[in-house]
Design a binder for this molecule. Structure first.
Ligand code: GAL
Length: 685
């Protein structure tokens, strides 16, 4: 019989907070006050136990659960659901003292002192065993608890350990993968600089000059986290097979390949901490923070595109770990959290409920500050959003199903990071993905941000910026995608290396050369003061008009069988192709040979969408910095979220008579003014 599948189907839109009662349990009255405040804040979910190991097991094998029993019972009695954590994210002092091997070792061989958190060895059999024991206790005690909604596995897995156990496990992993040293040496191109390995034991340090080794190390560490999660989950599944599991991932984090880890849990959750009004706002338009945050929502959602995901941590106010963390301006609490819901999040949880009194996070934003009051600006913002969430119940079971994908791929990201190339100071892999995503965001298109192993047949348009490393099969699957009618867009630096980071010989873009109909000859790196105009070719098949500007990186390519849509109009490569197009089967593949300016990307994206027959959400263009997204309710009626990420009001032009405001039930005017950082939810009439 197949094992039962745990599905994450929360009974309502989640509005929750990380709660650390273990910090307060010695102070009478706090728990009772908190339970009251949870309700008053219109919260319905608490994440509990994340760093509670030392309070649950104060000495080896001595468990004390009475306080957590009381917390669980209290939360349940007050209508709260619980995301119950396993405590492996921070290890107790007694454990670290007794078993030094569980403490992580740094790259230069030094074992870390006990302290901080997120720094256990991923391989240590002792740590795995101790985690299994405490997880088993937790599972047995709370696995059937009526308040339990899901298991929160550990916290923000991160970092590498270089201890002898990890290195030995790495060598074992390599032996399985390559079988012979000969095969490993070939894959790592180790005749270079006399790096040839003649015994497995010689593989002892992470040599950054050996790119195949670096890639394998990152894959191995990802694998170790995966097996660690599996070991954590096993005792929970045994007791409560239908309770879903998740682990909180981090937005920009790239030491692990999250696409590989996604299958280890039942649903995806992530921690979003944009710094609004901070440095980003000073150097780039304010709304860029909203753009990046949306990109990340779409990336995490796409890791399990048919399941709900969860924004599991965000600050109700400021963070305390950035160089400068301004307060969220009025309106932004609501707008930034509705953004998550508009992209398919099953709700919003805050870090943290009550501000801790001491230590590292005492000045981090919290729903309840040190004054313990329920009448603060932050508390009211949270409360108001919670009330609004109750009106969004009809959206609970719908999920976005975008027809567009912008690929963000960890394997390509790693190989771009590692490469020593003419554009070292302006590689910008992730920023480039966001640049290509921006035109969709600005016109309210739904987009998935998957990796290269995604099921391409879900999409009509795929944009794959800098898909530098091609895994076996990717080129074939992209070809099938185009043959079946898809539109593919690739860029410079695509198809340069294989899965071992070895360059494709015979011309880039390697196995995509035929599909794109081009060959790359050289790569120019432009300093900031130099740009190259881009000129569309007269009467080009895409209908491209208007000039563009190339900056930072220009490939000099030959259109072998592709048609040229635009050419460079500057430098010694004037007249050479900058944008190409090739039809294959029922679809079409475009290549952008240079890093284009935002305006050109917008024109180009609008043209390919027109050709693909994907209409924008609204007839009139949205103002810059405003985004929109629709979600279907249970009856199949579209709801549109309109969100202004500018610090000034913006006017959106709507089709009158077709939309009503969800909150006022009034018909909305054709020219709808959104205040600074304001948002509206409209329902189609
Ligand atoms: C997260 C972490 C939380 C808390 C928070 C503060 O990364 O998971 O435990 O430290 O940051 O912003």
């Amino acid at each position: 019989m197949p094992a039962p599948v745990a599905r994450f189907r929360p009974p309502q839109l989640i509005h929750g907070a990380d709660y650390y009662p273990e910090q307060w349990r010695h102070i009478p009255g706090v728990l009772a006050a908190d339970l009251r405040l949870f309700k008053e804040a219109e919260l319905n979910t608490a994440t509990v136990g994340v760093f509670a190991w030392a309070e649950l097991e104060p000495a080896e094998g001595v468990y004390q659960f009475d306080w957590l029993d009381e917390v669980m019972a209290g939360l349940h009695a007050h209508g709260q659901r619980v995301l119950l954590a396993t405590p492996s994210g921070a290890k107790p002092n007694w454990l670290a003292a007794q078993y030094p091997e569980i403490r992580r070792v740094g790259e230069h061989g030094q074992r870390e002192a006990q302290g901080f958190r997120h720094n256990h060895c991923l391989t240590s059999p002792i740590y795995r065993e101790k985690v299994k024991l405490i997880n088993t206790q937790i599972a047995q005690r709370y696995g059937q608890h009526p308040a339990l909604l899901a298991w929160h596995i550990s916290n923000e897995y991160g970092g590498y350990c270089y201890c002898p156990l990890c290195k030995a496990a790495f060598r074992e992993w390599l032996r399985k993968k390559y079988v012979t040293l000969e095969a490993l040496n070939d894959a790592w191109w180790s005749r270079f600089w006399s790096h040839r390995y003649t015994a497995w034991e010689q593989i002892d340090r992470l040599d950054e000059s050996i790119h195949g080794l670096c890639l394998d190390w990152k894959r191995f560490m990802t694998h170790q986290v995966g097996t660690f999660i599996r070991a954590e989950v096993a005792p929970l599944r045994q007791v409560a097979p239908l309770i879903p599991t998740t682990t909180n991932m981090m937005g920009h984090y790239d030491l692990y390949d999250y696409h590989t880890l996604a299958p280890e849990v039942d649903f995806i959750s992530w921690d979003s901490y944009p710094i609004w009004h901070g440095q980003e706002g000073a150097t780039t338009p304010h709304w860029h923070v909203g753009l990046w945050t949306t990109f990340l929502h779409d990336m995490f959602r796409a890791m399990k595109p048919d399941e709900p995901f969860l924004l599991i941590e965000t600050t109700p106010s400021q963070v305390n770990w950035g160089p400068l963390s301004p307060l969220k301006r009025p309106g932004l609490h609501r707008t930034s959290n509705l953004l998550a819901v508009s992209r398919g999040s099953a709700g919003v949880c805050y870090f943290q409920f009550r501000a801790s009194r001491g230590s590292n996070e005492k000045f981090h934003g919290a729903v309840v500050a040190h004054d313990g009051r329920n009448d603060t600006r932050v508390f009211r913002d949270v409360q108001t959003l919670g009330q609004l969430f109750k009106n969004l119940a009809p959206l609970e079971n719908s999920r976005p199903r975008p027809q567009i994908a912008v690929i963000q791929d960890y394997q390509s990201r790693w190989s771009v990071q590692e490469m020593q190339s003419p554009i070292n100071q302006q590689k910008n892999y992730l920023a480039t993905c966001v640049e290509h995503y921006a035109p969709f965001w600005q016109q309210g298109y739904g987009v998935d941000v998957p990796g290269q192993a995604a099921d391409f047949s879900r999409y009509q348009v795929i944009v794959a910026p800098m898909l530098h490393l091609l895994l076996p099969g990717t080129a074939e699957r992209l070809t099938a995608f185009v043959e079946n009618g898809g539109t593919l867009v690739t860029t410079y630096l695509t198809g340069y290396v294989n899965e071992s980071d070895l360059c494709f010989v015979g011309g880039f873009p390697g196995p995509l050369r035929k599909l794109l109909g081009i060959r790359v000859e050289e790569l120019d790196a432009l300093p900031a003061f130099r740009t190259v105009p881009i000129q569309p070719v007269a009467a080009n098949a895409l209908g491209l008009v208007g000039t563009g500007v190339a900056r930072e990186v220009c490939e000099l390519i030959h259109a072998e069988t592709a048609e040229v849509m635009a050419t460079y109009a500057g430098e010694f490569y004037t007249g050479r192709p900058a944008v190409t197009r090739q039809v294959t089967g029922r679809g079409v593949a475009y290549h952008l040979a240079a890093r284009m300016d935002a305006d050109f990307l917008q024109i180009f994206t609008a043209a390919i969408l027109r050709e693909a027959g994907l209409a924008p959400l609204l007839r009139d263009a949205l103002p810059t910095g405003v985004t929109a997204q629709t979600r279907m309710d249970a009856d199949g009626t579209p709801w549109m979220f309109l969100m202004n990420f500018n610090e000034t009001p913006a006017t959106v032009t709507l089709n009158p008579m077709t939309w009503s405001d969800l909150e006022t039930a009034q018909e909305v005017p054709a020219a709808l003014i959104l205040p600074a950082f304001g948002s509206r939810i409209l329902r189609q009439r």
